[in-house]
Design a protein around this ligand. Structure first.
Ligand code: MSK
Length: 680
């Protein structure tokens, strides 16, 4: 290929306003520009993505290549076609994503085992009810047994899921009956987490599986081992050990950092360390140590999904989402950024060099050159957490000039599926019936799960917030996780009544009646399994079909960037969902002149829809994602025989009705409310 054909185009440098819609981020980016400091945003501007690799047209699986398939009909040196190459690249990404989530789940299972045996300093079983509920699903005896004994059996069962060689992963039994039948008939029911990931890597070694549909068939199985395996295990155990989330007041954005306190930011994914850092930060000895250093105390906050884990359980504020990890350091106010696994940029260490921030790695699996490493071990967790905080406090005296953007918003996170069940039906008849009824009546048009990352190739937070804002106007109930939830929190959509003036009339009535925000924060990225559980419970409640693919619902990851996102997307599609991903399209390159070739993008769409009732599309334009979301929801409503969406029917009850009659004399008001004047 001629040199000019592969030249990587350079993009122009974006202004802070073009790079992010978040004013706090804009302020920090302007400061970075002024000081000439690089961030992921400026690096993305300076280096356009490789247009061959990003479209899935490059194979680097062996030493004969990398092979770049840039013209119709080209193959790799071994003869691999573009659809084979794209399928292999895709399944490898799914395997990595599934491995990341599931290894997190495995570590949680080992922690549960240690807690059950009294070997984990500082941890207890916080949610015994959830422990009993989960154990009972697997026929683990629960009557007349101590929580520790039940936890020990559950930990053993969960640990076994990773190395299991045959049979079916235990959590799969929680899927709708019809769905399990589809998976069994198609042969994609996951057997063991490690087995599916290893097989994905084996199949993609040079000279193995070369039929695209066959490769993608195993991508589905590998992803299901994540969604209905490793991730579900992680969520269950986090709830058992740290408490099932329930609504709590929190705050989000860089304005949560404090100028007179030692700021410690926890970043990554696993709640085992962050929960212990929360406990240690409240220890009188540590508070006294901070005061002796001249600070008012310790101010803990989070970035990415570690933020979500401690936000939805303890109300610890979120300093921001993925693209704000560097921006937090730019404030000059962070004494320590404590990281564990996933979504941690190597650039943090170089950036921290310009300020006084200490980057502290803690996972035995993750080290970054020149970072401070204090290894975490759940057996001595509290002592280690205290040592980490002391490192941060000792660093307070090195703080220089600070600039904390004065932007933050309040939010109410913590909508686990258990809490949604409870809030809709109360303690005595917890139920999804009111939600199903509201959808069936058209008061709620449908449900959208907006999840996933932020990506510096897209204006930060813009797709998340544009789509959320418009779907709410269209009476679509939105549930969110991960960095998307933090984006909406910063916009004020996660705060009780605060966002209701921007919500359609039917959805507003439901939010006012139940007392919920229009966007429900359901947790971190492993907690996308909570969304699977909600969809399953909606199906089991009745009235919205017999399987997840019949529910008027859509999944969106508008600013995706991680391999975990591809695994999540795939298990959601295999579970019956229509999923749209915004931004980069890893199967954009087409081999449409190759005889008998499968077009991978088409296979994700119509091929998977035929098999699973769900489909995957990569789209650039948020307006198009909104249009397709509404079309899909309306089509599913029609297929269920539900009334077409008609917002004019709603909005005249609840608070709107009260406001309308507010100025009327008492008797007229009573007549309007009760249809008569009550006897005095
Ligand atoms: S942290 S995977 S950027 S959601 Fe879960 Fe955010 Fe995506 Fe990481």
């Amino acid at each position: 290929m001629a040199e000019e054909e592969i030249r990587i185009p350079r993009k122009k440098r974006r202004s802070p306003e073009e790079a992010s819609v978040d004013p706090a981020a804009q302020e920090m980016l302007a400061f970075a520009d002024l000081r000439g400091i690089g961030t992921a945003f400026s690096r993305a501007d300076a280096m356009a993505p490789c247009n061959i690799g990003s479209a899935g047209m490059c194979c680097d699986l062996c030493g004969m290549g990398p092979c770049r398939l840039t013209k119709d009909g080209m193959t790799g040196i071994c003869g691999a076609t573009i659809d084979t190459i794209q399928s292999r690249n895709f399944i490898r990404a799914v395997a990595a994503g599934s491995a990341a989530h599931s290894d997190h789940g495995r570590d949680m299972a080992f922690t549960l085992k240690a807690v059950a045996n009294g070997e984990a300093e500082g941890y207890t079983i916080r949610d015994i009810a959830k422990l009993r509920t989960v154990a009972a699903k697997y026929d683990i005896p629960i009557e007349d047994r101590s929580p520790e004994d039940i936890a020990n059996d559950l930990a053993d069962l969960y640990i076994d899921q990773f190395g299991q060689q045959r049979g079916t992963l235990a959590p799969v039994l929680r899927a709708p009956e019809k769905r399990k039948k589809i998976w069994n008939e198609l042969g994609v029911t996951p057997r063991g987490v490690d087995r599916e990931v290893v097989e994905a890597l084996h199949r993609t070694h040079m000279g193995d599986d070369q039929e695209p549909a066959h490769i993608l068939h195993h991508a589905v199985r590998t992803s299901l081992a994540d969604g209905w395996g490793g991730s579900m295990i992680a969520t269950d155990i986090s709830d058992i050990l740290f408490g099932t989330p329930a609504p709590v007041l929190g705050e989000a954005n860089l304005g949560v950092l404090k100028d007179d306190m030692v700021n410690v930011v926890v970043h990554g994914h696993e709640p085992t360390l962050s929960q212990m850092v929360v406990a240690a930060s409240q220890d009188p000895e540590i508070i006294a140590y901070a005061k002796a250093a001249g600070a008012e105390g310790i101010n803990l906050s989070g970035i990415c999904c570690t933020a979500n884990e401690i936000l939805m359980r303890q109300g610890i504020p979120a300093a921001g989402n993925f693209l704000q990890q560097e921006l937090a350091i730019l404030t000059g106010a962070v004494e320590a950024m404590v990281v564990d696994v996933q979504c941690i940029m190597q650039a943090l260490v170089t950036l921290a060099d310009e300020f006084h921030t200490k980057i502290i790695t803690t996972s035995p699996k993750v080290r970054i050159k020149d970072a401070t490493h204090i290894e975490f071990d759940e057996h001595n967790a509290l002592s280690i957490a205290k040592n980490i905080l002391k490192e941060a406090i000792d660093n307070y005296e090195n703080r220089g000039e600070i600039r904390i953007p004065d932007y933050k918003n309040s939010l109410i996170p913590g909508f686990s599926h258990e809490y949604i069940n409870y809030m809709l039906g109360g303690s005595y008849r917890a139920s999804f019936r009111p939600l199903n009824d509201a959808i069936m009546a058209g008061r709620i048009r449908g449900v959208a799960a907006i999840v996933g990352c932020t990506n510096p190739r897209i204006q930060h937070d813009s797709h998340h917030t544009t789509i959320t804002e418009e779907l709410l106007k269209q009476d679509v109930l939105v549930v969110e996780t991960g960095c998307s939830a933090i984006a909406s929190a910063k916009m004020g959509f996660l705060l009780g009544d605060a966002g209701l003036d921007r919500v359609g009339p039917g959805l507003r009535e439901v939010c006012e009646t139940v007392g919920i925000p229009p966007v429900l924060h359901m947790g971190s990225c492993v907690d996308n399994t909570r969304i699977l559980t909600v969809l399953t419970q909606m199906v089991e409640e009745g009235g919205l079909g017999d399987d997840i693919n019949e529910v008027p619902a859509v999944g969106l990851a508008p600013e995706w960037m991680s391999e975990k996102a591809l695994s999540i997307a795939t298990y959601c599609v295999a579970s019956g969902a229509y999923v749209m991903m915004g931004g980069s399209n890893p199967v954009e390159g087409r081999g449409d002149k190759i005889p008998d070739s499968v077009l991978v993008a088409d296979y994700f769409d119509s091929g998977w829809e035929e098999l699973y009732g769900g489909k995957l599309q990569f789209l650039d334009d948020p307006e198009e994602m909104i249009r397709r979301t509404l079309d899909h929801i309306d089509a599913k409503r029609e297929a269920l025989g539900l009334p077409g969406y008609d917002p004019t029917q709603f909005g005249k009850s609840g608070d709107a009705r009260l406001e309308e009659i507010e100025g009327l004399p008492l008797e007229e008001r009573q007549a309007a409310l009760y249809g008569r004047v009550p006897a005095s």
